[in-house]
Design a protein around this ligand. Structure first.
Ligand SMILES: [Zn+2]
Length: 182
């Protein structure tokens, strides 16, 4: 079993740091930390895992497809305004194995952080939201995009900057992957 973990936005923020919080925290740095730790925890668990951070969504999908990966996890921070809160997970449209993966990820994140609001779309009977996001549509393997809390909200920005929260998020993602393969 082989997993590609994608840290959202460009390495070192060049040219795209993603969203930037009111106190200057950059999405690309949070996702880089969490994705690297997720890879580490997966490897400790005996799962083959690789890290990718790229400004090119095509490169991410081509890497996933050419490398024979079984799962793609893309990690982002959400951003909207100073009061928005919570966590959410996205898949491509329709019922696919990605829905199972997304639900495993959210189960673990919700279990780890019960105080974080789960921003779910229950209209199709499960927690994930669905959209035509590029990395979700053009990867051959099941893919999920997880939005960590809102970097645009100063309270949630502080949460995201906290290294314990980053580490526990990575552990939860790694457990979500191993739950999917179990
Ligand atoms: Zn993002």
């Amino acid at each position: 079993m082989k997993v590609l973990v994608n840290a959202g936005h460009a390495p070192n923020g060049n040219p795209d740091p993603g969203a930037v919080g009111p106190n200057g925290l950059r999405e690309c740095d949070v996702t880089c930390n969490v994705a690297h730790m997720t890879v580490d925890y997966l490897q400790v668990a005996g799962v083959e895992a690789d890290f990718i951070q790229s400004d090119s969504l095509e490169e991410i999908c081509e890497t996933a497809n050419a490398g024979g990966y079984d799962l793609l996890l893309s990690i982002h921070c959400n951003s909207f305004n100073e009061t928005a809160v919570g966590i959410e997970v996205w898949t491509s449209r329709g019922w696919t194995k990605a829905d199972i993966f997304a639900n495993k990820l959210m189960d673990q994140m919700h279990g780890t952080f019960p105080d974080q609001v789960v921003r779910a779309d229950w209209s199709d009977g499960d927690v994930d939201k669905e959209a035509g996001l590029y990395v979700l549509n053009y990867s051959d393997c099941p893919a999920a995009l997880f939005e960590l809390p809102f970097i645009s909200n100063p309270d949630q920005e502080a949460w995201l900057a906290n290294s314990d929260n980053q580490r526990e998020s990575a552990k939860a993602f790694a457990r979500g992957v191993t739950d999917y393969f179990a």
